[in-house]
Design a protein around this ligand. Structure first.
Ligand code: XBP
Ligand code: MG
Length: 248
């Protein structure tokens, strides 16, 4: 019996990376007078490092190795990430980043039958609530019993910590929950916490490895727009709905 659904955010609820976080990082770099620019391909590489602050630090180390990693640098990273978060919120508020197919429908279906909902993400809590607000309404964050986000645990995905934190707050065992992820790092994290996991891929994650997932899908699908099953089995269904979930 499934009692709760736990969703990753970036790449899973919405395609936030390429046209959301990436341009926001670039704008923050520009505002700070840096000539750093993350194009679509480079950003794909950098996504191997989860966490925006961690990603900036990794980029600087790899592409600007002469930069000293002193206190000034730490402040710069913090400032860049704050600016990027603010810029990203303006993109969300402008309606530039919609939810992926089936997400809104599945959340509504799950609420209607009393399933608990949770979030487990590497991104900041304010990014989560802003994405939910502009896509689902002012109070959408209250649909979720637990929002596990950002620096709440020291070790980000692929470590299982964020999912373990969410399970503890939900007061549920992993067997009673189902996780939704889009990436290999996310899957490692959810599997590490013992969670059954469904994958919906996107352009950045399509070629990654998803061993151990229940199924790998193009997206959650809609009744009039079935999803493509790339790996595994969704029990003969054409899209993911609460009736399907109960059979996993
Ligand atoms: C998402 C991330 C985040 C986002 C950017 O991973 O790694 O770092 O790219 O958000 P996941 P922040 O979907 O596995 O949680 O800059 O707020 O970290
Ligand atoms: Mg993700």
């Amino acid at each position: 019996m499934i009692e709760a659904l736990i969703f990753d955010v970036d790449g899973t609820l919405a395609d936030t990376e390429r046209d959301g976080h990436r341009p926001a990082f670039n704008q923050a770099f520009k505002q700070a007078g840096l000539d750093w620019h993350w194009d679509v391909a480079l950003y794909g590489e950098l996504l191997a490092i989860t966490g925006g602050k961690e990603r900036i630090r990794h980029y600087a180390q790899r592409y600007h190795p002469t930069l000293k990693h002193d206190e000034h640098f730490s402040n710069l990273v913090a400032q860049l990430h704050q600016d990027k978060t603010r810029i990203y919120a303006t993109l969300l508020a402008a309606g530039k980043i919609p939810l992926r197919p089936g997400v809104r429908r599945l959340l509504l279906e799950a609420r209607a039958i009393g399933l608990k909902l949770a979030i487990a993400t590497t991104t900041t809590p304010e990014n989560v609530t802003t994405l939910l607000k502009y896509n689902l309404g002012e109070d959408a964050h209250t649909w979720f019993d637990v929002i596990a986000a950002g620096d709440i645990v020291p070790d980000k995905k692929p470590a299982p910590d964020i999912y373990l934190w969410a399970l503890e707050k939900l007061q549920l065992k992993a067997e009673a929950c189902l996780a939704f992820e889009d990436s290999e790092n996310g899957l490692k994290s959810s599997l590490g916490a013992g969670l059954k996991t469904l994958i919906t891929i996107n352009d950045y994650t399509a070629t990654q490895h998803f061993e151990g997932a229940i199924a790998v899908l193009s997206d959650l699908g809609e009744p009039d727009k079935p999803c493509e099953v790339l790996q595994g089995d969704i029990k003969g269904e054409r899209y993911i709905n609460v009736a399907t979930l109960a059979r996993f």
